[in-house]
Design a protein around this ligand. Structure first.
Ligand code: PXP
Length: 262
């Protein structure tokens, strides 16, 4: 098990990590330097974010290599570096040593990270892959579906954290399939319990928005949410600080118990 974070996170308060990938998507649409993802990250920092997430995809469709270097240089907040478990990405992570590395599955043809990482079927390779990252001081997180076999394997391969993929639940809700959504939420709750019992830190993310964040934020073991696409989209209308403040308020409200205690 890896030691606790070297960053002074506020104990007890669920953390909000802001994924700034889609600021880079917008920049790349014109091929210039604007809008600048580092500026968005600094604005998020000033608006009360607890971390910044950036995904360097193999095809560099949004975040580019120079963004990672610039974020590492500019940020006081911890950087959560999302990446596929490839040799190229491991070398980049070891060069920068970000606070956290979140391993995600990646397929070129997908629009976003569609599923969880296959940990159970790739345990030997992942154990070897995670070792040097953990030794370099990165907290290694695995992005997994709410599946007991994957959670158990995540603990076995030496991860410090699992990030539960909330995308399936968000899709079921959006499709109005309330029974299936309730069943998926129950799986997320039980995966969070299982992971925490195994000593893993529990994060969650994907597809979260102002109107659906509550039930996930309320899962007691979930200490961090990572949210991107909705917040960057909402920022077009209300600005990034207001979009973040709205999310923060909903997360805090969801954590308040029946007696008013957080
Ligand atoms: N967490 C992980 C591991 C992801 O891959 C993503 C999407 O890049 C997110 C969180 C954020 O998802 P969204 O952009 O839908 O909020």
């Amino acid at each position: 098990m890896q030691p606790p974070s070297r960053h002074g996170f506020l104990a007890g308060r669920q953390r909000l990590g802001i994924n700034i990938d889609h600021v880079a998507t917008l920049r790349n649409a014109r091929g210039g330097a604007l809008p600048d993802p580092v500026r968005a990250a600094l604005l998020a920092e000033a608006a009360g974010a607890d971390g910044i997430t950036a995904h360097l995809r193999e095809d560099r469709r949004h975040i580019r290599d120079h963004d990672i270097a610039a974020l590492m240089a500019a940020l006081k907040l911890p950087l959560n570096f999302e990446m596929a478990a490839t040799e190229e990405m491991q070398a980049i992570a070891l060069r920068h040593c970000p606070h956290a590395v979140c391993l995600v599955p990646e397929r070129r043809e997908e629009r976003t990270t569609e599923g969880g990482l296959e940990v159970a079927g790739d345990a030997g390779r992942l154990t070897d892959y995670i070792g040097p990252l953990a030794e370099a001081g990165c907290r290694v997180s695995l992005f997994v579906a709410a599946d007991p076999a994957q959670i158990e394997a995540a603990a076995r391969v030496g991860a410090a954290v699992v990030e539960l993929h909330t995308g399936a639940w968000c899709d079921l809700l959006a499709e109005g399939r309330s029974g299936d959504a309730e069943a998926e939420l129950a799986r997320l709750r039980s995966a969070a319990e299982q992971a925490a019992a195994l000593g893993l830190e529990v994060h969650a993310g994907h597809g979260l928005a102002h109107d659906n964040v509550g039930p996930v934020a309320a899962i007691p073991q979930v200490v961090e949410l990572n949210i991107g696409h909705f917040l960057i989209g909402e920022a077009v209308f209300v600005g990034l600080p207001a979009a973040i403040a709205g999310m923060r308020a909903r997360m805090d409200a969801a954590r308040v118990g029946p007696c008013g205690a957080a």
